[in-house]
Design a protein around this ligand. Sequence first.
Ligand SMILES: NC(=O)C1=CN([C@@H]2O[C@H](COP(=O)(O)OP(=O)(O)OC[C@H]3O[C@@H](n4cnc5c(N)ncnc54)[C@H](OP(=O)(O)O)[C@@H]3O)[C@@H](O)[C@H]2O)[C@H](O)CC1
Ligand SMILES: [K+]
Length: 515
Amino acid sequence: MKIFDAKQIYAADSFTIQKQQITSDELMERASLQLFHWLHQRMQGAPVKIHLFCGIGNNGGDGLALARHLQEHGYHIEVNIVNYSEKRSPDFLTNLDRLKARKIWPNILNGDSAFPSIGVDDIIVDAIFGIGLNRSPAPWVVDLMKNLKATGAFILSVDVPSGLFMDRGIEDPEFAVEADFVLSFQAPKLVFFLPETARYIKQWDVLDIGLDPEFLEKTETTYKLMGKAEVLPLYRPRQKFSHKGHYGHALILGGSYGKIGAVILSTSACLRVGAGLVTAYVPQCGLLPLQIACPEAMVLTDKGEKYISQIEFDLEPSAVGAGIGLGTEKETVSALSAFLDAQKSAMVLDADALNILSQNRKLLDKIPEGSILTPHPKELERLLGSWKDDFEKLQKTREFSVNHRCIIVIKGAHTTICAGEKCYINNNGNPGMATAGSGDVLTGFITGLLSQGYEPLAAAIFGVFLHGMAGDLAATEQGFEALTANSIIDFIGKAYIELLRPPQTQEQQTEETEA
Ligand SMILES: NC(=O)C1=CN([C@@H]2O[C@H](COP(=O)(O)OP(=O)(O)OC[C@H]3O[C@@H](n4cnc5c(N)ncnc54)[C@H](OP(=O)(O)O)[C@@H]3O)[C@@H](O)[C@H]2O)[C@H](O)CC1
Ligand SMILES: [K+]
């Protein structure tokens, strides 16, 4: 699913208005009717008080139009206008007149107004600011936002939580509304998935307001949300008359004294994602544990007892995943440097391999083209330097990806894959996966996919999605707390099955609900 920026949404608005020969007011009416239907379907006329807080722009206009539909259907509403500017938009004014014609008189809230009384079981509709926010809200508006939160009532935000910018971070964490639910028009917004702003959005849904489909199709976006529709076409089915040689020979390279477990996790993940053959290359102390834990894998040992000091082997792996538990000893750095000189095809670089690259920046030029780097945010910071907000972080990551011709997988709640100027945001996975070794498993998955012939970007996208899906299936059975990295490996088979399961027909869905 594409994630459009504010400029593209405004452009889609104007294009739609022109092509469909409608007025902007009609578009607002569509938007507000969608909001109303969503609410009405869930509330079924329940006598809960709904407090609408409307700004003076089009987001506020949506709120006013929604108030009218709610009132027409007998809902108990109270309308407040957050009067932060005198520049009221024409469609806001039209909807204000329509409300007044129905004898609904909104409270006008200014800096010195008392905050209306709201019960904890009431509902708040937040239509203060939409995608048009371009400066921090005035202190009294911030106070009002704090008061909304303090009521404990359910907050439904229209389009975006008020106070969030679409292209930069906020100055202070209190400058935005924390929404329990966001109803976003046409497409989700980037801020829903960024670590600094995602906390303002507990849940979200998209409302289709009929923006021109052709325009949306043609408009290229920097960000895409990964879903089954994007991931499934990447799948490479296994052939009936194939043998293990068709699925590549992957090499997992890493480990040091006390960190052999990481290699075990990566190696078994690589096997279980479908690699034909897997060899682990480890220091000598890793031989026994690996042979016992992963009997299907082969093991090659370095001459170093406790850490890798000179990478030498006599095989031509179809994919390499390096860095897990590697350590950053001086000899290991030289060994990795020499290895990178010889390695020509795209590989996966993780953990200490990334730390070594950050500390020895000359090595960055040796990264084979198309390689996949899988940093967690701290490792990313070591590679890129610090950033002022998530937007700058993503911009720097994209630049790094272009300059070093590699793919970067930023691990996190919404793992984000940057490949050149394009980024793909993952939307599955769960907090149970924030556990030791989860990243080692991901490295194993991506390496295993590369070895089976997936293109680097496809391997990264497919691997991240399957990893999240396996984690979700594991969490369903085990809960968040008991989930370990091994659980993710154990559920990879079910994740494949789930991914490949044909969509249910309407009849099957009904049968399931009735059962
Ligand atoms: N296609 C769609 O998705 C549709 C969306 N709709 C809704 O429209 C809003 C966007 O509406 P817009 O009027 O452009 O912007 P806002 O309502 O967010 O803001 C209104 C104006 O407020 C000014 N502004 C910005 N920041 C501040 C601030 N901190 N303090 C005071 N005022 C501020 C700014 O104007 P200025 O000229 O003063 O800079 C804004 O323009 C979208 O989110 C949807 O809810 C349509 O209803 C249908 C189509
Ligand atoms: K809003």
